[in-house]
Design a protein around this ligand. Structure first.
Ligand SMILES: *Cc1c(COP(=O)(O)O)cnc(C)c1O
Length: 419
């Protein structure tokens, strides 16, 4: 098991006291006993620190927290308290951001398949900028804005065709991806957009992928975006916002070295020299990922001779990342009892072989009823959870300097089944 100082590399608000994991001075064992499991626990101070780190590294930038990573309005509020805006990809996320109190003029909206209803909603709320992903979307947005008697501010999402060297399912900036417009044809799209009467072209947007531990691809992408910026300005198209997306990677494995907003700024600010537009970033995972821990309880232990299984009450419906990305999450007992270690798979109760949280891990031998902590679960954890197997989704708790607050109650069966 990792030592306390190693756990602090995931989240500095983690402590071990009398062998028991604490987050922001709150005992995870007490929380699990009090509120039941599976339970998502998020650290408010961690979220505030991360937003502040971005704002300090990129001084005049607008930090639009990517709501899809964790849409709980109370989580969005914590980011907002440090001056963050919101990056949204659906009408529902717009609703969540507004509900949290994010001012509309700090909201940017991407997504390849925005519906008429969603576009109307966002035009009506006068969000800062639509990050438009196709020529057809430009046309539709222009028509709808016209019919509402409004103007919509737009950026074209460009595809800089760089390889972010991350999981193929979360790399979004390559030519063959469904996202954005090829950077080579983007110029023509801008000319086209600038002639549409109900659109105001104000920005350039790109987002090359997620979980980037090597930040060098950002530089290549931003260089291409800056080229386009200068070309457009020569054409008389005044670009006021340069939105370079999110994607900064986080530590999942003990050996991962996570890049900081400061390092990203050092890499990018020289490239942005001479650019007069306001910078926008859209970090999601790096804000909430390591703020969160999923707590789960051991139901059964099973020894199949060649393999041990620890069967827990959190499944792929609660945390799907291992199942769909073969993602790694560090798992450890909430309370260490100093036992010997075994090699085991930590698996959920769902009827799928893909339903696992961790494979072939060296872990302390546990008893039925013990609690396990799954680290780095604050982003794309609850947000991607489902009702598969009619399983109510987990409760969510926010801990903040010694106190805690339930920010989402556990669901019941009738909620799942509907009226
Ligand atoms: C998902 C997404 C983000 C956030 O990505 P992270 O890897 O969580 O930082 C930002 N912008 C857009 C357009 C996205 O789709």
């Amino acid at each position: 098991m990792l030592k306390e100082f190693e756990l602090k590399e995931f989240n500095s608000y983690i402590d071990i006291r009398n062998g028991i994991l604490h987050l922001e001075d709150v005992s995870l064992k007490e929380l699990a006993r009090e509120l039941g499991t599976p339970l998502y626990v998020y650290s408010a101070s961690f979220i505030r620190d991360k937003v502040r780190a971005y704002r300090e590294a990129f001084e005049d930038a607008l930090i639009c927290y990517a709501v899809k990573a964790n849409f709980n309005p109370e989580v969005i509020k914590v980011a907002l308290s440090e001056g963050a805006g919101a990056d949204i990809v659906s009408g529902g996320e717009l609703y969540a951001a507004l509900k949290a109190g994010v001012p509309a003029d700090r909201i940017v909206y991407a997504g390849v398949g925005k519906t008429v209803k969603e576009l109307e909603y966002a035009i009506d709320k006068e969000i800062l900028m639509f990050n438009v992903e196709s020529k057809m979307e430009l046309e539709v947005l222009d028509q709808i804005a016209g019919s509402l008697g409004k103007k919509a501010r737009v950026a074209v999402r460009v595809n800089p065709d760089v390889n972010p060297k991350t999981h193929p399912y979360i790399s979004t900036g390559m030519k063959k991806s469904k996202f954005g417009v090829d950077i080579d044809t983007a110029f023509e799209e801008y000319i086209y957009a600038s002639r549409l009467p109900n659109l105001e072209v104000v920005g350039i947007h790109c987002h090359i992928g997620s979980q980037l531990l090597d930040i060098s691809p950002y530089r290549e992408a931003v260089e291409k975006v800056v080229n386009l910026y200068h070309r457009l300005r020569k054409e008389g198209i005044e670009i006021r916002y340069l939105d370079i997306g999110g994607g900064l990677g986080i530590k999942y494995r003990p050996e991962d070295r996570e890049p900081t907003p400061h390092q990203l700024a050092e890499l990018l600010l020289p490239v942005l020299e001479g650019v007069e537009a306001k910078l926008i970033l859209e970090p999601g995972r790096s804000i909430t990922g390591n703020a969160g821990i999923l707590i789960t309880q051991v139901q059964f232990l099973k020894d199949k001779g060649i393999k041990h299984f620890i069967i827990v009450d959190a499944g792929m419906n609660d945390l799907v990342r291992p199942a769909i990305y073969d993602a790694f999450h560090y798992v450890l007992p909430v309370e260490s009892k100093g036992r010997e270690h075994i090699i085991a798979d930590v698996v959920g109760p769902i009827c799928e072989t893909g339903d696992f949280l961790a494979k072939d891990r060296r872990i302390e031998n546990l008893d039925r009823g013990d609690f396990l902590a799954v680290l780095s679960a604050g982003a794309y954890g609850f947000a991607m959870s489902s009702h598969y197997n009619v399983r109510p989704r987990a409760a969510e708790v926010l801990v903040d300097r010694g106190s805690y607050r339930v920010i989402r109650e556990r669901e019941d069966y009738d909620y799942i089944l509907g009226p």
